[in-house]
Each structure stands twice: as structure tokens, then as C-alpha cells.
Design a protein around this ligand. Structure first.
Ligand code: GAR
Length: 209
């Protein structure tokens, strides 16, 4: 992976993780530029936030595509046109088709608000509370064909407090998401992730070369 990576971010909503990545890129904490932010939802607040930061945005409304494959073909075309080499899913609420996965093998990251493999899919914070776990957290993982199943890059743990609601727990987890997502992106762009099956080894800087 080149040190001057070009990132494409896919969002569906608020875009706070997208903002964390944009900030990290602006501040030089990740060796990359964000080439484009793509939303499948016209009303995603993240679209305006990206525009305000001067980043190119693209609305690719999935309702306007014939099927999932066509939607992902449009996404791949947009990413390739902008010479994107790393795709970050940031609250992107669609399952990727094999076409998109094949276009970016090992180069798609996702952030999820639980300690995977616990509580994949939607409503992870509510599921964690209902299950009664004492700790939850955030996971950054490489994306494969399953739902939140790919090799784990980084995790952060937060306590679950007795008075927590899904909202208070989500806020506590989100703080950690914003910390570990840029960190995972940096490691990947620096070529410091060694993936063997499900296990991701993080190389020290000097091990990389
Ligand atoms: C984040 O908590 C992210 O982990 C979660 O959606 C939220 C998006 O917030 N993603 C998933 O649940 C994916 N399975 P954001 O739009 O403010 O980044």
C-alpha cells in the first residue's frame, strides 16, 4: 500500500466516523487523502458534513439501481475513477456484493459498535444491553462476504454501566470508534497488517521492510 493512499468512504447516515477519518487525514495522522465520500442515502447528514470540509461527495441512491449488483458496480466505477485504493465503510448499512469485494481485496475496512464476533448486524448496542454483558466496545475489521465477520484489526473495550440505555452505551462506544478507526487505517496504509487466515498481526514499523 502506498504511503499516499487515496481513501473512499461509504456512509448511510450521520457520518461521525467519516468525520474522524477526515480529521485524521487533515491532521496528517493517516498518510492519505479522502478522495470521495459516497452515500446511498440522499438524506445522510454526513454528506453535508463532508461537503463543508471540502471533500467531494457523491450520492448513489440504491433505490435507483436495478439490483444490489448494479449498485455496487456504480460504486466501484466511482471509486476507480478517483483512483481510490482503500475503502472505509463508516456507518454504511448495506451488505457488499462479491463484485465490490473483488475490486478491493483486503482493502475494505468496517467499524462496528460491539466486540465482534458478539452482536453483529443491526442494533449491536441494544443487543449487548439485552444480553447483559459487562463490557462491550468497538471493532475495526477487514470486510469479507459475511455480516461483520472479517478478520479483526483493532478492538476497544468499554464498560457497560447499570443505568445504560442503548443511547448512552452507543455514545461511550462511539468515542472509541473515533479513536481506533483512524489508527486501523494508518496501520493498513503503512503496510503493517499481516493477515493470515482470520488472524491479523500488527507489524512494528521496522518489521515492515
Ligand atoms: C457507528 O456506531 C458504526 O459503528 C455503526 O453505525 C454507526 C454509524 O455512526 N455501524 C454499524 O452498525 C455497522 N454494522 P456514524 O454514521 O456517526 O459513523
Amino acid at each position: 500500500m502506498k504511503a499516499d493512499g487515496r481513501i473512499g468512504i461509504l456512509i448511510s447516515g450521520r457520518g461521525s466516523n467519516m468525520e474522524a477519518l477526515l480529521r485524521a487525514a487533515e491532521e496528517g495522522r493517516i498518510p492519505a487523502v479522502v478522495a470521495v465520500v459516497i452515500s446511498n442515502e440522499p438524506d445522510a447528514p454526513g454528506l453535508r458534513k463532508a461537503q463543508e470540509r471540502g471533500v467531494e461527495t457523491l450520492l448513489l441512491d440504491h433505490r435507483k439501481a436495478r439490483d444490489k449488483e448494479e449498485q455496487d458496480r456504480r460504486i466501484v466505477a466511482a471509486l476507480e475513477e478517483r483512483r481510490v485504493d482503500l475503502v472505509c465503510l463508516a456507518g454504511y448499512m448495506k451488505i457488499l456484493t462479491p463484485g465490490l469485494l473483488k475490486a478491493y481485496p483486503g482493502r475494505i475496512l468496517n467499524i462496528h459498535p460491539s466486540l465482534l464476533p458478539a452482536f453483529p448486524g443491526l442494533d449491536a448496542q441494544r443487543k449487548a444491553l439485552e444480553h447483559g454483558v459487562r463490557y462491550s466496545g468497538a471493532t475495526v475489521h477487514l470486510v469479507d462476504a459475511g455480516v461483520d465477520t472479517g478478520p479483526i484489526v483493532l478492538q476497544a473495550v468499554v464498560p457497560v454501566e447499570p443505568e445504560d440505555t442503548p443511547v448512552t452505551l452507543a455514545d461511550r462506544i462511539l468515542e472509541q470508534e473515533h479513536r481506533i478507526y483512524p489508527e486501523a487505517v494508518r496501520l493498513l496504509l503503512e503496510g503493517r497488517l499481516n493477515v493470515e487466515g482470520r488472524r491479523v498481526r500488527i507489524l512494528a514499523c521496522r518489521e515492515r521492510d
